[in-house]
Every structure is written in structure tokens, then in C-alpha cells.
Design a protein around this ligand. Sequence first.
Ligand code: 7PM
Length: 287
Amino acid sequence: MSKRLQCGRFGLDLSQRAQVMGILNTTPDSFSDGGRHASLEAAIDHAERMLADGVDLIDIGGESTRPGAPPVPLDEELRRVLPVVYALRDHGVPLSVDTTKPEVMREAIIAGADLINDIHAFRTPGAIEAVREADCALCVMHMQKTPADMQQAPHYEDVLAEVIAFLQERVAALEAAGVARARLCVDPGFGFGKTLEHNLVLLRGIGRIEAETGLPVLAGLSRKSMIGAITGKPVEQRLAGSLGGALAAVAHGSKIVRVHDVAETVDALRVWQAAWRTQHEKGQDGT
Ligand code: 7PM
């Protein structure tokens, strides 16, 4: 596996320690009536907090993936995402844009996005064409069905084999279109059409996902329902569980963790890293 992810203006070094991707929401919050300017200010304040806390990349999302959430029209998604990309593009860390829409991908790349994070794995018609000639990184994520129906009785014969086969097929489609492997990372998509047991098999299988795709694995477990299912805690009390999840993902070989709580995750990974230093130099999983 390549230890460097080509990420637009950046080459992300994955060889020394896991990278922390901070989740930046740009969806207007329902408690604030300050309008567009207020939500932009809030997003920039949040991003600056994450930068001070040691974030390695920032994931900007303008489309809620919550099951049952209303779809966000193209112009609204562009109005949410682009000002944030412009405002943050010279802050020294790569910017990721979380979108499934080819038009948003194109505009985001022009604006300065360094990574496109597509929960639909570039299956939307026009998505591959929108990204192929750029130099941004691409995160290819597995999802069974769609956000609207993915949690209705998820079913697999062999979840790990099926997720790996899906990711390999998407990677092959991107490579066939001319996308360099150095631009790619893969993600099993925790919670996207999976039961707790499926999620745990995938978490334990991160090493196999990396080995069989030959690509860095990004893992997003932060505050998800699987953390709630294991701990019995509601979403606002899932910090400790999420830190446990992030460390477990890194122990299994994940190179990028997508999290809400940047300061805490950076600290946890620093201690982890210090503890495993010598083993780390022999092999990433400490063995
Ligand atoms: C509602 C349901 C709100 C799910 C938010 C979510 C991932 C992602 C998301 C992930 C990658 C969340 C998710 N999750 N992108 N986007 N990997 N690459 O909990 O696991 O953040 S949205």
C-alpha cells in the first residue's frame, strides 16, 4: 500500500501516524435564525477550533445523509459548501468535500477542494467524469441501498467479502477512467446498510480490506449508532465510545479516522502512538 495519498495540493503522509479528518457540518442549524451569514461564520469558527486542536484534514458536508432527511437541491448545496471551501482553502490542511453530486464535485474542485468524499462511491452518472482529470483524492465508500432504506433489514451472505468486492469494483472503474491509484482511499461505510454485527465484522476486517484493495482505509465510527448499541449511550454521550472505536480502527490498520471530536481523538492517538512507537516502526499494527 502506498504510504502517501495524493490529495490535491497536498501529499498526505500516512506512514507516521493515522490522520484525523474533522467533520464540519454546514447544514444550517435549526436553533439559529441568523441566516446564511451566521451559518458560514459558525462553520468557520468550528473549523478554526479544529485547526487549533490539530486536525489533519477537514470534511465539509452540505447534504445531510440522515435516513429520511429531505434531499438538498443542487443550488442550496453549492451555496452551503463553496463559501466554506473559499474561506478555508488557505488554512494549511487539505479540504474534503462530502457530496454525491457531480456538479458539486466540479465546483468544489475549482474552488480548491483536495479530496472528494462520496458516500455513493462515484456511481452517480457523471461523477467519475467530474473528478477524473483533477488531482484531488477520492474516498470510495461502501453503502448497501440508499440513505432512505439502507437500515431496513441489511443483509449479506459474507459482509466482509461483499464490501471488499464492491470497493474493488469501484476502484477498477475509477482506474479504468484514468484515475491514479495514489489518489484513492476506501471506506467500509460503517452504519450504511449494516447491523451492529456487520459493522463489527468490518471493523475487525480493516486489515483485510487494506490488504485486498491495496489502498488506505478511512474509517468513520464517530458517534454512530453502533457506538450507541455497544455502550447504551445516546448520541450526546458517545465521546468515549467513539475514541475507543477510532483507536480500534487504527489498531486494525486504518490510516484516516473521520471524527467529530478532534481534540480528544488527536490526544488519544498521540498517547497510542507514543506507546507503540517501536512496534510501529516495524509494522503499522504493532506486530
Ligand atoms: C446521519 C446519518 C447523519 C449518518 C450523519 C451520518 C461517513 C461519511 C458520513 C463515513 C465517509 C455520520 C454520517 N459517514 N463519509 N459520511 N465515511 N467517508 O455519522 O463513515 O457522520 S455521514
